[in-house]
Design a protein around this ligand. Structure first.
Ligand code: URA
Length: 201
């Protein structure tokens, strides 16, 4: 199976599973971008627009994310974008530990299939989950995004070291405009890390 077929198989597996939040959601929000991406972005959970369209980051936070990607010369052929939760929590409430525990085995399969060189985590949930070594039980031990943002970290995936760049969630700067400058600066830092580690084809 090639990467595209493997991702399709993971998506089918989710569709045939009885995941929490499935009953209240409209659509599964699996992921978007290139299966050959070397840069993977991980968000938190689908919002209203994502739930309606079945595609991650298509609402206001998505527009902000697109602008930030453009600011460092990235497009959707070069990145893949997925979320911790595959279905929208009602009224966009925070994910709970049980939902994270049951949804993330699929995210882990997605990550191992894409096999990125760099992971950008958007917000607290994605940052804590990845830096906890993909273990929901250990998330509480990881520092929050306000401490970690913009600081390069490392995790092991498929026996290789992968760089992790924690970033504020683009939705955070919509309700806290002071974060915009920090997010822009962190994206610029990430742009440098990308150019040092990834050859453009
Ligand atoms: N916020 C997220 O974390 N993910 C989305 O897909 C949309 C908004």
């Amino acid at each position: 199976m090639d990467k595209k077929e493997k991702l399709k198989a993971i998506e089918e597996e989710i569709l045939s599973s009885d995941l929490p939040l499935k009953d209240t959601a409209t659509n599964l929000v699996f992921g978007k971008g290139s299966e050959n991406a070397q840069i993977l972005f991980i968000g938190e959970a689908p919002g209203e627009k994502e739930d309606l369209e079945g595609i991650p980051f298509v609402g206001r936070a998505g527009q902000e994310l697109n602008n930030l990607l453009e600011s460092i010369g990235l497009n959707l052929d070069e990145v893949y974008i997925a979320n911790i939760l595959k279905y929208r929590p009602p009224k966009n409430r925070d994910p709970n530990p049980e939902e994270i525990r049951i949804h993330t085995p699929f995210l882990i399969k997605q990550i191992k299939t894409i096999n990125p060189k760099i992971i950008a985590t958007l917000g607290n949930y994605a940052t804590k989950f990845v830096l906890a070594g993909f273990d929901e039980q250990r998330m509480k031990k990881v520092d929050g995004i306000s401490k970690l943002h913009g600081k390069e970290q490392e995790v092991t995936i498929n026996d290789a070291i992968v760089k992790v760049i924690p970033l504020y969630h683009p939705a955070a700067m919509l309700y806290k405009p002071a974060l915009r400058k920090e997010l822009e600066a962190d994206f610029a830092t990430m742009g440098k890390i990308i150019s040092q580690n990834i050859k453009k084809s």
